[in-house]
Design a protein around this ligand. Sequence first.
Ligand code: FEO
Ligand code: CA
Ligand code: CA
Ligand code: CA
Length: 639
Amino acid sequence: MRDVVSRRGALRAGGVMAAAAAGFAALSGTAAAEVPALAAQPGRGNGNGRPGGHPGPGTDFDPVAPNTRDAVTVPEGYEQQVVIRWGDPVVADAPKFDVHNQTAAAQAKQFGYNNDFVGLIPQDGSGKRNFLVVNHEYTSETEMFPEGTYDEANPAEEQVRIGWAAHGLSVMQADRTRDGGLEVRHSRYNRRITLDTEFEVRGPVAGSELLTTSADPTGTIVHGTLNNCAGGVTPWGTVLSGEENFHQYFAHGDRITDPQQAERLDRYGLVAGESTRKWERFDERWDISREPNEVHRFGWVVEIDPNDPNAKPIKHTALGRFKHEAANIKIAADGRVVAYSGDDERFDYIYKFVSKGRYKPGRSAHARRHNMALLDEGTLYVAKFTGDSPASEIDGSGTLPSDGEFDGTGEWLALASGNESFVDGFTAEEVYVFTRLAADKVGATKMDRPEDIEPNPVTGSIYAALTNNSDRGAAGKAGADEPNPRDGNKNGHVLEWDEDGTETRFRWRLLLVCGDPAAADTYFGGFDKSRVSPISCPDNLAFDGYGNLWISTDGNELGSNDGLFSVPVTGPDRGQVKQFLTVPVGAETCGPVVRDDLVLVAVQHPGEGGEPGSSWPDGGHARPAIVAVRKSDGGRIGV
Ligand code: FEO
Ligand code: CA
Ligand code: CA
Ligand code: CA
């Protein structure tokens, strides 16, 4: 057994769900030393504070060293707890999880697979009672089912149905514990959203012929949501969740012979032949040749209202259809609602939606209904970036231009507003459903895989994670430009911009060009690179109450497991990246939530990608899970 975490908390009785209740455990001393850590390397920073200075609030902790442990590793003086793991009960009568006897009926009541986005929404001013809303991005059947029980070429129908139930979201009541932790409780709010759950299609293409199927001739009701990657909590207390790589679930795109239809499918990456999971064998909606419009019903931003357990989830078509990583809201100075969203594919785009109507403060049912409707009507834009240095200074090496910064100006190009299209050859409906093709047409800037985009609640600046793009500069592909300055970009970068108040123009700069700080092609906001943590492949973003940016990573290229990092964006410590935690081997770090005295991360796909596998968190079969981290003395994070 490799379970190096010693638990000192006792299981609690009463209304607490037994499987979810495990006390905090410190990971330090001898237990941590049993597993290998990467040796300190010359030139690699350790992320400690600046000489003679004290780290600013929120980032005062001893950084975790890069490592390949099969554990969550937190700083000295911090403790961790598994809040909920794949298979744990979400609704009250959920059966106990048994990896050897999985059923679709059980999975539909249990916590789904591969947790990604995590939303923690306070139900009261104190933050003691909360809704916990979690995305279940995708299934990995070869990891879920015990070895030798899943035949990829010939899955059993029940295994396919388990997959349908393991997707979607979990909505739960989660309350703070007396020791500062977080536990999932039985409540009337708890529910699972799966591929059986009805969604209401809203906005400009609700009822469009492009969305009608034989099961839904109205084009307004869709069963389920797919590949929900990241998301955002809205100011009105709901969750927006991005349908990302929906293309992979559909089969037989190659049977489409109409050239326009084939071009549209191709732009969204629809594959020929059978799908990986073979769902089309059990429901023909996954077969494009039989139900050609079903695929148009995925690739949207969806909204879940945890405040009302009977609220039907919504698909918001006004935000466009692409591989949405997430969506995050900023309220503009005039009260209109701005939603930012990235399309996570190499050479795809950054978008924003600006509502027609204005935000109504408060979280009453009335205010919530009003604000949710704001996302039905407005203008959809795509971003065009222009560098302010001569193109000759951007040679793909990552060398800073002579003005010392990768920076410039930007323009938001309008695609459609309500029923009006601004793109030649596209109706408004076509802009919303085939957004990528419309954005191609207007000459948007091809980015290095836009992931999470998040406004800083303290400064108002906007941040986007561009995770990587190994094809930048490859034959026949776009070369480096100032906002994407490295060819063969393996480690990604983080972009920052400020809107100028006109709705269509902004000023941008790169905050981080990620990688090994000892390498010449990295940049840490101008901070001394000998005193930062290495960081690779930024994915999800969050802010703490002080306005520090927190970044979780997916696919570390530097030999360490993935992790969570903090970085101040203002003041003398701007750019000082410090590693707060690492996740187990093979896992991706998702969903960071940073409260004053609590950090949450989703540990997605522990052990994925072969040997060495993972037995996190309990020993035995690896299970994706949500982890809470707090300071051992109960104090504020990073203070
Ligand atoms: Fe599912 Fe873009 O990460
Ligand atoms: Ca410049
Ligand atoms: Ca992601
Ligand atoms: Ca990712």
